[in-house]
Design a protein around this ligand. Structure first.
Ligand code: PMP
Length: 362
């Protein structure tokens, strides 16, 4: 493969090249110890330093308040679909979910195994093209929490506001937009994310949880599914995904060097604006039907005016080093995921290719 290659896959997604180069440089001999991070005891002094630094750097980036725990877990965001109701019902029967697309629907389906689910709002009647305004939501006072998917990775739909729920904890699946811009963590009871989009390699799941929401899993809950166990043992109840945490830690340092999440937010806004402009200014050759205020800055689905061109579009894009643009199998069309690690040059290259393709095929 010739470089540069730009990988628009939705996840596992592209990682910053400099991070991969550092991983490569340190792979066989981490800091002169003669072994790889993969081969270290997770309880040894070296690894304890790696995980502590990763946690501190993440706390600094997101300005996580002291009364929140940062947990490094496994099982993907999908396991959080179960752990959230298992831990946060706190004696309530009911939990509320806002349905904005395929991932929030999956979270709802799983929660139904453990709780009475109230769908507080849904955009299913609007082709999942808009996040329902909070004024439309119906949240019962006795609900345990309200769950949202902050960014719908498949639909390309992102919240443009943080719901205000008073004392009811807000839970967000932030898998596909965490670390893409600053966020006021104190507005949430729990934020969770699978790592493989904007954090690091697959196998690591992050949870940031307010202290008072820890310790409510009912008796009989499996040990590994209880946030309290992971909190008490600093994510070391069992062997954590050591290598993934190490790589995530390097990604956090990379973000700090770029100027933190304020700088990242600006870059991401520029990238998204460029790509949506390319779509909107194509005279109908490309379309993205999401309401503008909810267009995801991370996942940009689009269709070609003639689906018969999809195959040749993908083939030519691939030949130019623009990889994994095929849309999700449930939606078809294209999807360009432009997470933090995607440089502006990658989006420029994609937009140039799209313009050229439309000119030749239009
Ligand atoms: N939630 C969202 C928003 C996602 O994008 C994904 C993965 N694409 C998941 C949950 C499931 O994550 P995992 O594969 O880590 O379980």
């Amino acid at each position: 493969m010739n470089y540069p290659v730009y990988n628009f896959g939705a996840g596992p997604a592209m990682l910053p090249r400099v991070v991969l180069e550092q991983v490569q440089a340190e792979l066989l001999d981490w800091h002169g110890r003669g072994i790889s991070v993969m081969e270290m005891s997770h309880r040894g002094a070296d690894y304890m330093q790696i995980i502590a630094e990763a946690e501190q750097d993440l706390r600094d980036l997101l300005q996580v308040p002291a009364h929140y725990k940062v947990l490094f877990l496994q099982g993907g965001a999908t396991l959080q679909f179960a752990m959230v109701p298992l831990n946060l019902l706190r004696g309530h029967a009911r939990a509320s979910y806002v349905q904005t697309g395929i991932w929030s629907a999956k979270a709802i389906a799983e929660a139904k195994r453990f709780a009475t689910v109230e769908v507080a709002a849904s955009n299913a009647d609007r082709q999942a093209r808009v996040v329902p305004l909070q004024s439309e939501w119906r949240v019962s006072a006795d609900t345990a929490y309200v769950h949202i998917a902050g960014n719908e990775t498949i639909g390309g739909l992102e919240f443009d506001f943080v719901p205000e729920l008073g004392d009811i904890p807000l839970v967000s699946d932030a898998s596909s937009h965490i670390l893409s811009k600053p966020v006021d963590v104190s507005r949430f009871g729990l934020i969770y994310a699978g790592a493989q989009k904007n954090i690091g390699p697959a196998g690591l799941t992050l949870a940031i949880i307010r202290d008072d929401l820890i310790g409510h899993a009912p008796a009989g809950t499996a040990t590994m599914l209880d946030y309290a166990v992971h909190a008490k043992e600093d994510s070391m109840h069992n062997t954590p995904p050591t290598f993934a945490i190490y790589v995530a830690g390097l990604v956090f340092k990379w973000l700090q060097q770029l100027g933190g999440l304020d700088a990242m937010a600006e870059i991401n806004a520029r990238k998204a604006a460029l790509l949506y402009a390319g779509i909107d200014n194509s005279g109908g050759f490309y379309t993205n039907a999401i309401e503008h205020r909810n267009r995801s800055r991370m996942n940009v689905p689009f269709t070609l005016h003639d689906a018969a061109l999809d195959k040749v579009f993908l083939k030519e894009a691939d030949a130019q080093g623009l990889l994994q643009l095929k849309g999700h199998r449930l939606l078809g069309g294209m999807r360009a995921s432009i997470y933090n690690a995607m440089p502006e040059a990658g989006v420029l290259a994609l937009v140039d290719f799209m313009r050229d393709f439309a000119r030749r095929q239009g």
